[in-house]
Design a protein around this ligand. Sequence first.
Ligand SMILES: [Zn+2]
Ligand SMILES: [Zn+2]
Length: 180
Amino acid sequence: MNHICVIEIGNIKKDIIKHISDSIEKEFGLPVKRLKMGIDLIKNTFSVKRNQFLASKIIEKILHYTPTNCLKTLGVLNVDIYTPIFTFIFGQSQFEGKVSLISLYRLKQDFYSLPSNDNLLMERAGKESLHELGHNFGLAHCDNPKCVMHFSNNTIKIDRKEKNFCRSCKKYLRSKIEKE
Ligand SMILES: [Zn+2]
Ligand SMILES: [Zn+2]
């Protein structure tokens, strides 16, 4: 049980899933197993009032269906997700838990009426995946604006971050992974 599972929910471009998986393998030093689930998985998590999907409910669904041999599981989807206290979120995670989630929906330039840019989307998705999985391993938000664990509620802040954990987050992460 030493691998991280990446579950594609609905259809996600192959190169994006590959980039996310490669980033995880590189930064966590653990192998990634890729799985796929249909969009049906989240049909009961939709809020008609908000026209968005409730992230905590999606996480429960993933937790229910993810194979037990996954050390941690990241769900990747392409719908607008929310949590009751925010208008939207890029992702959510169970702190020191097993499951995390990211959405590409608001990471896309198109969402902001800008020309689409697949490379930028890929980079943002990689960073946000590392961020949410970092919470699964017990990492809190980091003050360093270049660290992937820095809190970002807009794409400008995501783009300012580098594609990896800062030295102190990495050190903490290593100690946590060794204990798993
Ligand atoms: Zn966070
Ligand atoms: Zn850091």
